[in-house]
Design a protein. Structure first.
Lengths: 159, 159, 159, 159, 159, 159
């Protein structure tokens, strides 16, 4: 069974890593899809996001990292995935993901969205919180892979 | 009893239609108010929104479609409405609508906000989700009136 | 337009009164229905609940107080009501009421459930909280009609 | 991949059926576990629940129906399941399931709980709502398998 | 500043311990109040609860453990406390605690309820979940103080 | 005990005032911190916000008003505060604040975030709602200190 795990990964956090790693225990192949959404203003370029996401996941043999510019269900179809994986941290995640899961079901009802609960130590983590802390020079080493930590420091020094 | 049913309608979806039609069964007259809010960046111009909203509602005899540029309670007062109708889909709707209902009550306590639950098949629908799917060329025919479908296709082809 | 406003009213609180009074401003006739549900263990007997609910609402000319032992939609049908009124205080109310509204819609789709938001000063009020405070001899005069206050005192003295 | 899908099934509803059927599309084998929890007062006996659950699922080739009297993770271990499947309807489900998923992870961290969203038309369905409607003689044919409908009628006639 | 920290403690969990210990860092004296509520069916007797709660907290010098049979605000008044401490784990906690905080404020507006967030590793812990796991013989050593673990084992062996 | 109470105060509302005043009853010193966050587009300049916040709080002897440009935990450390105070109005506040409280705890685990519930009459108030009403010329005198009312009128006349 192939599953896709989509996101912006701007940047990837230890919360994303946790969900992706746990997915590899229950699916044969996990295709991580980095969304190239021109209408979203990301801190990191698509190339940077692809780069550090691949680096962070390089030890997970069942994982591939790819970019997608289409509807999520089309991305899943292309890769033969019948499952979309999403992590849930909180109520607001739940509501938005619930909406997206139903819309995706209407667009292709052969693809199921399955949800995994964020681990307790990752429930408070988000890419945007990590960026805010980094912007003020706070220590983010417990929140992101080491490669991302250095890049965030660069990003905010340059600015 | 006259009720107003306000919104941005950018664009109108089948979820809006459902709430408005159900409102006509319990109120004598339903004034649909399209908010002209200059601080919100809408995809469709006010004229376009007025146009396709009128078209979508043309078979509902008790419904009028108007634009408003004032506080919602002033719009209700102008049209002799004692009721504001809002659809509720989810928890985040609930919270925001709850806040607005109380503020409006403080601004004019003779006007009541009444809430109708979205129908199950419309609970996952929102104007923004529809626009996102259309932007990627996805099929939105089950989510919006046919007039809106064509216009969304135009909008994203032009861009 | 006739509306029904159902509940256990065990006992009626100022929160119930607020919703019922506001309902009379937007409906021609409000039938308050006291549920006679043998499987629920109520503090007050059906007779007591009917008695103090009538007393509390006696000055509202458009209101009738009745008992019902059937499905809520059947009670509404019997009284020619196309509207069921419910007050919403909080998220947990919202969820339960949402479920009930959809089920009732499936049982009779010509009847709409409309929701009014509890007034800010009533958002923390519930019959069960009032009973708990009264059980410890706390002052409940700001939470219930005066007739109910005396009866609650009696109830807990007797016990 | 084997998955377990636990519940009280008192009685099984079309909402349960929907989740179980969708599970068979993404797992090789789905073990439905009926909890024998002596501290819960169920309407139907364990035998009745086993009986109508088997009947309702008899056309799903990948599904087995069993009773369990142990911790859920032990039931999963016994059957070689690495996945526990739960349906999510609403926020209160979410919270409770979130708690259970984390506790189960602490008891055996090799077993993942995955969540599927209830289909829109099943979001308002619950065993307890179905029982309440049946108790008042309401029509439940759209909510439960036909075998359950007859048994519920029996149950409430007998009482 | 004296604070009271009320609860049933049936039994005390590591989640309670975490909130109480953190409270001692920001208040001079923390009075832990065990509610003696005759209408609640507890697993452990009041004496047992007093006993293991005292034992679990014996190393916290600023903490006293007492029983109360009155309204919480009266218990706070008796001990000169201007603060009631509550831990928040989740949305349903939030709603119930919000209601109680407002009612208590109405009963005595000189007493403030302050909320501390449960630590991530305790967010899924509750006395009732612990009891359920123990009832099935599951390992609860990571969830409760060691004294409680032994007593729970006894309780369920005896039964 | 010193507490910090951070915010954007764009503008300060009676809801902020309520939380800050109640904080002075349970802490010896309350440092109100106005966030200077260059990435947020505020209506009022930092100088204006400092000015009207000081004016609104001038009668509260235990309160100091300062600007901060660092991480919140660093601001707390600088002022010897072991407590961060936040007001909670609703579920969405809860979720965001929960996330921030945990992140701040990870950045400095000697500092506790404590939450106070908004008073019922302030639960629907927010700086953004006040600005929206003022933009349409609505009456905001019940929502903000008098100094802020005049400045908001100026702001929207000038525009």
């Amino acid at each position: 069974m192939t599953a896709v795990c989509p996101g912006s990964f701007d940047p990837i956090t230890l919360g994303h890593l946790d969900i992706i790693e746990r997915s590899t225990y229950i699916y044969d192949r996990v295709v991580v899809g980095i969304a190239d959404n021109p209408s979203k203003a990301e801190l990191f370029s698509l190339e940077e996001r692809l780069d550090f996401t691949k680096e962070a996941l390089k030890n997970l043999a069942k994982v591939e990292v790819l970019v997608f510019r289409s509807l999520l269900v089309e991305f899943a179809q292309e890769h033969g995935a019948k499952v979309i994986i999403k992590g849930l941290r909180a109520i607001s995640d739940f509501e938005h993901e619930f909406q997206m899961a139903h819309l995706n079901k209407r667009l292709d009802n052969t693809i199921e969205t399955v949800f995994l609960m964020a681990s307790p130590e990752c429930m408070f983590l988000s890419s945007s919180a990590v960026k805010e802390i980094a912007a003020y020079g706070g220590n983010i080493s417990e929140f992101v892979p080491s490669g991302v930590e250095a890049r965030l420091a660069d990003k905010f020094l340059k600015d």
